[in-house]
Design a protein around this ligand. Structure first.
Ligand SMILES: Nc1ncnc2c1ncn2[C@@H]1O[C@H](COP(=O)(O)OP(=O)(O)O)[C@@H](O)[C@H]1O
Ligand SMILES: C[C@@](O)(CCOP(=O)(O)O)CC(=O)O
Ligand SMILES: [Mg+2]
Length: 338
């Protein structure tokens, strides 16, 4: 049995705009997906993914499509849910030059699904690393990131950036601009996440921004402005001491940019009533800044607050189902004891 884990992430700045070549700064957080893999001789793939919202199920596939569901859920829903794992399996088979390899796979994740914390990237990154290792091939984290991007790109019909997968594979804070991916230094930022219990459809939200951008020059300008504020945020991080708690001034400056970023995402149509409500609850509680994170539509917000006020205020807010502090995860994908 080979087990790997990979972290989820929050976007400090730049989601959506990153799809069009603007820079983004995602930060890995200490919430992980764990994928355990055991090769099987018969070439089949059996997946046990109890966190999926289809009420916990086990699926086997590999040969005839009719073999697939051993659960009572509609086939399109099932294949939509399994697409990321399927793409990770394909990448691992390709990397290990073992096109017929079969696996028993167990996925356990502490990252809410479809909520903007990069559950898909974490599952794909951990899945590729575990499955290739199970076949005796070791990829470095950069190679895992590249393959995980290919997998997400395929599942999301070409609408994916390298940001989520690179961040999950490498850990820490990263900056991604087109094909240029690097890790950057960042101080331990006091992230507080609010989760409305819902989810957004990443593909549909990205397609919506694309359509707006093609229709209106001002929407294209909005996307570019997200890039501008991200570059300003990067300069703030570059000037900060990564080994010290961030100063109040730095948090205030970063927070101002996060607030601006949320406003532009709202203008691009990817926020929601509950995300806006959580952003305001955080600001009113004294957070330095707050924004939605990830694709939007529902799911999570991220705020900066070194005190407990934001976490408590979100906890009492009707729109928020769960609030928690998220530590920066310095480690990306890693092997775990089974
Ligand atoms: N624990 C899990 N087990 C199996 N698949 C998962 C798990 N978590 C996420 N996924 C896959 O990732 C998809 C959600 O990804 P996405 O819509 O990009 O949202 P996000 O990456 O923001 O969480 C799920 O529909 C599922 O296919
Ligand atoms: C909207 C986008 O910028 C981020 C999506 O993040 P998530 O899957 O919602 O965690 C898309 C992408 O970069 O692939
Ligand atoms: Mg995703």
């Amino acid at each position: 049995m080979t087990t790997c884990s990979a972290p989820g992430k929050v976007y400090l700045f730049g989601e959506h705009a990153v799809v069009y070549g603007e820079p983004a700064v995602p930060c890995a957080i200490e919430r992980r997906a764990r994928v355990a893999v055991e090769p099987r001789a018969d070439g089949r793939v059996r997946v046990d993914a109890a966190d999926l919202s289809l009420d916990g199920f086990t699926v086997t596939w590999g040969g005839d499509i009719d073999d697939r569901p051993d659960v009572d859920v509609p086939a399109p829903l099932l294949s939509a849910a399994m697409e990321y794992i399927e793409a990770a399996v394909d990448q691992a088979r390709d990397a290990a030059d073992a096109p017929e390899a079969g696996f028993d796979i167990t996925v356990e994740s502490a990252i809410p699904l479809g909520a903007g914390l990069g559950s898909s990237a974490a599952v794909v990154v951990a899945g590729i690393d575990a499955a290739t290792r199970a076949l005796g091939t070791e990829l470095d984290p950069e190679a895992v990131a590249r393959r995980a991007y290919e997998a997400e790109y395929e599942v999301q019909d070409g609408q994916a950036s390298r940001a989520d997968t690179f961040c999950s594979a490498m850990g820490g804070a990263v900056r991604v601009e087109g094909d240029d991916t690097r890790t950057i230094d960042a101080p331990p930022l006091p992230f507080v996440v609010g989760y409305d219990g819902g989810a957004g459809d990443t593909g549909a939200l990205v397609a919506g921004v694309r359509a707006l951008r093609e229709e209106h020059d001002f929407a294209a300008d909005t996307v570019e402005t997200v890039g501008d504020l991200t570059r300003e945020g990067e300069r703030l991080l570059a000037d900060a001491d990564p080994d010290r708690e961030p100063s109040g001034e730095l948090l205030a400056d970063l927070g101002e940019l996060m607030d601006f970023n949320h406003g532009l995402l709202e203008a691009l149509g990817v926020s929601s009533r509950s995300l806006d409500a959580m952003v305001w609850a955080a600001r009113e509680a004294g957070a330095h800044g707050a924004k939605l994170t990830g694709a939007g539509g529902g799911g999570c917000t991220v705020a900066l607050d070194p005190s407990d006020e934001t976490e408590h205020a979100l906890g009492y807010s009707a729109e928020c189902e769960q609030s928690f502090r998220a530590e920066l995860a310095t480690e990306g994908v890693r092997v775990e004891e089974p």
